[in-house]
Design a protein around this ligand. Structure first.
Ligand code: BEZ
Length: 253
């Protein structure tokens, strides 16, 4: 395995269900922007464990989901959903969807021009792209703490920030250049309570960073958690993640 491949984030659908259910629970706003209509053909890009894919299908849309995680795709197939294993940076659809929807996935795709080109290709003329993902400033305290832990121990700090969190200006301009008409785009601060705590968030969402520490994995998680306690833990021990979302609606022009 290459160094690069060994650093890839992987998913366990059961851990995700236990520690990250809030991701789909908080998708009401972006679903409102999508406003799906019965019979529409919708692509759910980075569909994860398929909770929202199923919700869209139950509303009468014909939904296809794609995800790059085998564990998530297996879970979706078990739910009876039409979901395929596919890299979001290499979508293979051509002019077949009324809408492309994405929640909490695009920040994992660090070559956004490829994603946007694939979304455009997948849409019918005048098709809409409605997405929400991490925006500029997302999990800033967490990234700073991860970087501090890396520096203290002399390990690579690049895996502390493996995500794409653009400003509305930058993402809007990328969409414009690709031939989309941006209807609305906004940064939405969303401090998010973590019912199962910060350590489980760190373990789930940045495993490759902590794998650099080998046997020191747990100690590095603890050290990062302690760096964050003042900023993100209240006097009762409740943790909050400093999420900032970027939400966008654009139409293929
Ligand atoms: C997010 O949903 O914003 C997010 C999830 C995992 C890591 C970083 C950000």
């Amino acid at each position: 395995m290459t160094k690069e491949a060994s650093r890839r984030q992987t998913w366990s659908a059961s851990s995700y269900d236990e520690h990250a259910r809030f991701v789909s629970d908080l998708a009401g706003g972006v679903l409102d922007w999508l406003a799906p209509r019965p019979g529409e053909r919708i692509l759910d890009l980075g569909c994860g464990d398929g909770v929202l894919t199923a919700q869209l299908a139950q509303g009468g849309a014909q939904v296809v989901g794609v995800d790059a995680s085998e564990s998530f795709v297996r879970t979706c197939l078990d739910r009876g959903l039409d979901v395929r294993l596919m890299d979001g940076e290499a979508l293979t659809f051509d002019g077949e969807f009324d809408a492309v929807f994405s929640n909490a996935a695009l920040h994992w795709m660090t070559r956004p021009e490829r994603v946007i080109a694939g979304v455009k290709r997948a849409l019918k003329p005048k098709g809409r792209f409605v997405a929400e993902f991490g925006g500029h400033g997302n999990v800033a305290a967490i990234v700073t703490a991860l970087t501090a832990t890396a520096r203290r121990h002399g390990v690579d700090s690049a895996p502390a920030h493996p995500w794409f969190f653009p400003t509305p200006e930058i993402y809007g301009s990328m969409l414009g250049q690709a031939g989309f008409d941006v209807k609305r785009i906004a940064l939405i601060p969303r401090p998010t309570p973590l019912k199962t705590g910060m350590a489980s968030w760190l373990r789930l969402f940045n495993t490759p960073f902590f794998e650099q520490f080998g046997d020191g994995f747990d100690a590095a998680v603890k050290e990062t958690e302690e760096l964050l306690r003042f900023a993100l833990c209240d006097a009762h021990g409740n943790w909050t993640a400093d999420y900032v979302r970027l939400r966008v609606e654009a139409v293929k022009s």
